[in-house]
Design a protein around this ligand. Sequence first.
Ligand SMILES: Nc1ncnc2c1ncn2[C@@H]1O[C@H](COP(=O)(O)OP(=O)(O)OP(=O)(O)O)[C@@H](O)[C@H]1O
Ligand SMILES: [Mg+2]
Length: 326
Amino acid sequence: MTIAIHESALIRHFNTRKEVLRAWEERIGARFSPFRGFKMPDSRLYIEDSNFLDSIVDLIITNERHVFIRGPVGSGKSTLMLLALRDLPTLADRRGNKFVTGYVGMTGLYEKQMAAAIADSLRVKYKRSWESSQIIDAVAKESLRRYVEEQSRTALFIEDVADNQEAAFHKLRFLADLPTEEMIDAYGKTRALDEPIVTLVMSGTMIYWNAMLSFLPQIADRTEPLDVPALNNAKAREFIGRRISYAQGRIDSFDPENFDIYPFTDDAITVINTAANGNPRDIRMLARGCQQVAAEILRKNNDPTVNREIAELVSEAYATILKEVQ
Ligand SMILES: Nc1ncnc2c1ncn2[C@@H]1O[C@H](COP(=O)(O)OP(=O)(O)OP(=O)(O)O)[C@@H](O)[C@H]1O
Ligand SMILES: [Mg+2]
């Protein structure tokens, strides 16, 4: 009985909170919170740093190094991978090779799961009963065939690469080293096999990069780490502007040269971005916190503005929480 009473009090509390938030959203013409997390991110919400994206794509195209997209949690590594994946199939390298791409987004994989995930992502056929080495062998053969017969190099994207079992790495290393000596001997007459045919594009934090340096120097030595740049204030402004416009159902007419950030002030965004260190995940969390405070104030004085004072209040509260967590 006691539990039921508490439960309904809790539910009432959350319902009131929801209504308060909803009133703020309605007031700014939004259909949902602009700062909610989306399971499937919409490319119209991406802020593109075309210089950085180009540097990733250029490295893949020149085929000199594997790539490690390096950055803290929430800095946008996965987003950048998706953007690079989008661009690659439309491009060719200096020798005229096109690209076949594969993306492994799951982590915590052991050897066989990794082998299967790679084969699936590259649309290479295999039998469920096969051992991981047989699966990887099939991937290697098919990558070689695509290179020789279809003039296609393979770009394999692996998320949070260090979050997999160590044995899974050896599969990656084998692919990173292709073509093998045997392949060169066998195919060398048909087409010069004088370059890698599989480029690895991995992601992870600095800690994982350092781990890779010490445990997998064979791959690390041939891999270029690229640090995800933080969003500057102008980009943070666009990040918030796009999300508001998206929630208002107006994203298709979004003009990056001229857009509204109402009900946020420029000051508020600068405060948020400074507290977030330009990390998009943290910008979103802080903006959502600001929405909550602004929604409470709206109820009292009928003004939905997120100004500098609100942003400072929320940033300080988050800094305290983060300190306690660490
Ligand atoms: N360039 C960007 N433009 C718009 N939103 C972005 C951008 N980069 C990241 N985000 C958003 O920030 C959040 C975190 O991004 P993402 O998942 O890409 O980071 P991550 O570095 O892969 O994080 P994790 O370490 O948790 O895997 C997502 O909600 C994503 O949509
Ligand atoms: Mg990620």
